[in-house]
Design a protein around this ligand. Structure first.
Ligand SMILES: Cc1cc2nc3c(=O)[nH]c(=O)nc-3n(C[C@H](O)[C@H](O)[C@H](O)COP(=O)(O)O)c2cc1C
Length: 250
């Protein structure tokens, strides 16, 4: 196993959900924006944008949507937007139509760009001694979030990142053993529950600081649990919201 500063920081990654009452400096923010903008980008289309949410009322609304008390609390809240609007404007102002901008393929490109940028920013933040947590929960009510952020069609708020000076030291969260995730030449289709036994016991030793210091359930129980069971929620309306935004239409 090779070790260097970058790899050691990546291997030590923990999501941070409690932050000191100290905002990022302008220099820190600019650095994170620069890192985001230099992330690899599909076809060089550069289809994401970032909104730094500083207005306490908007932060409160996003916290309500997320239903997680650390969202928009201490630290800085960045919302990463899947953004096809900017390129639509460029084509329009150059006298062209939208071409393939409404396809699933181009939407997925933008999702890829946006998601990679989020991770790149988190790695950079961690290298600066900051911490953060990626927030899919901002999409608990995607239609409402679009309203709150006053976003135009051809955009979609995709992930949040709450980032700041850590005020907690979570344990390292154990991951699946490599023989269950990394394969040589072919994909094994014969996973047996038994193979997850040791990993399950590691996971049940782990404290999750998200919910007042409680131990979390085994991995297989989580996979077999409520988050993946059938349930009606606004998150399941995402197809409709994307369609209304003019995205991923076919
Ligand atoms: C796409 C994505 C969305 C996530 N959304 C949330 C979220 O809404 N709230 C939260 O507390 N953590 C969120 N997380 C963080 C994960 O819960 C966390 O990465 C995972 O439990 C592993 O823990 P670790 O990051 O500390 O290793 C998200 C992570 C990813 C990659």
């Amino acid at each position: 196993m090779i070790h260097n500063d970058t790899i050691d920081k990546q291997l030590a990654h923990r999501s941070i959900r409690a932050f000191k009452d100290q905002s990022l400096t302008k220099e820190e923010l600019t650095t994170l924006y620069q890192v985001a903008s230099h992330t690899s980008t599909s076809n060089f289309h550069q289809q994401f944008s970032i909104i730094h949410v500083t207005d306490p009322k908007v932060r409160e609304k996003i916290r309500q949507i997320s239903n997680q008390d650390y969202v928009g609390a201490n630290g800085d809240l960045l919302i990463f937007i899947v953004d096809l609007y900017r390129n639509q404007q460029i084509r329009k102002q150059m006298g062209n139509d939208d071409g393939r901008l409404h396809t699933m393929d181009v939407f997925m490109e933008a999702v890829e760009d946006t998601t990679l940028a989020v991770q790149n920013v988190l790695v950079a933040a961690e290298s600066m001694g900051l911490g953060g947590v990626i927030l899919g929960s901002i999409k608990n009510d995607p239609a409402q979030l679009i309203k709150v952020l006053d976003l135009p069609k051809m955009t979609m708020p995709w992930l949040g990142l709450q980032v700041g000076h850590p005020d907690q030291e979570p344990q390292l969260k154990p991951r699946l053993p490599l023989d269950l995730v990394a394969f040589e030449d072919h994909y094994p289709k014969d996973f047996k529950l038994d193979q997850f036994k040791d990993y399950d016991s590691h996971v049940t030793q782990y404290y999750d600081l998200r919910d007042t210091n409680k131990r979390i359930d085994s991995f297989t129980n989580q996979i077999n649990g409520p988050k993946l069971n059938d349930q009606m929620s606004k998150r399941d309306d995402i197809n409709e919201v994307l369609f209304n935004q003019g995205l991923a239409m076919g």
